[in-house]
Write a protein that binds this ligand. Structure first.
Ligand code: ZN
Length: 139
């Protein structure tokens, strides 16, 4: 299912929460202020922001920051219904590859993901965002 299209109305509030989370960004090196909001299937919304580090490689993205917070708050059985990403730089910011793989652990193929693209906010299914995610199915 390859279905990029305009932001769904149901995700408008989630996008606003992601934008609010971006206000707390710790990004002194890049100045790229990103926020993410996860809507969980238990109805809760958990936000996160990017936290940079002077050693650069230890930086954590807003999406993973939100996910770690969600598990810490609600436990290992959480499932993600929708993801919204926003930034304060008026730039495209689809989830990076690392975040897609980490979110895949708690998302389903129909999980909705909204993010700023070059041509405006896009909403996609998780299956379209990360086809062939790594999985470890042992025989
Ligand atoms: Zn990322």
């Amino acid at each position: 299912m390859n279905d990029p299209h305009a932001a769904e109305p149901a995700l408008t509030e989630l996008l606003e929460q992601a934008r609010q989370a971006a206000l707390n960004s710790y990004s002194p090196y890049s100045g790229f202020r990103v926020g993410a909001a996860l809507k969980l299937t238990n109805g809760e919304i958990v936000t996160g922001t990017n936290v940079e580090n002077v050693s650069y490689g230890l930086t954590i993205c807003a999406e993973r920051s939100a996910l770690v917070r969600a598990v810490a708050q609600f436990g290992p059985k959480i499932r993600i219904e929708a993801v919204a990403v926003a930034n304060l730089n008026d730039a495209a910011s689809p989830p990076c590859g690392a975040c897609r793989q980490v979110l895949a652990e708690f998302a389903g193929p129909d999980t909705r993901v909204a993010f700023p693209a070059a041509d405006g906010v896009r909403t996609m299914s998780f299956a379209a965002l990360l086809p062939m995610a790594f999985d470890m199915k042992l025989k």
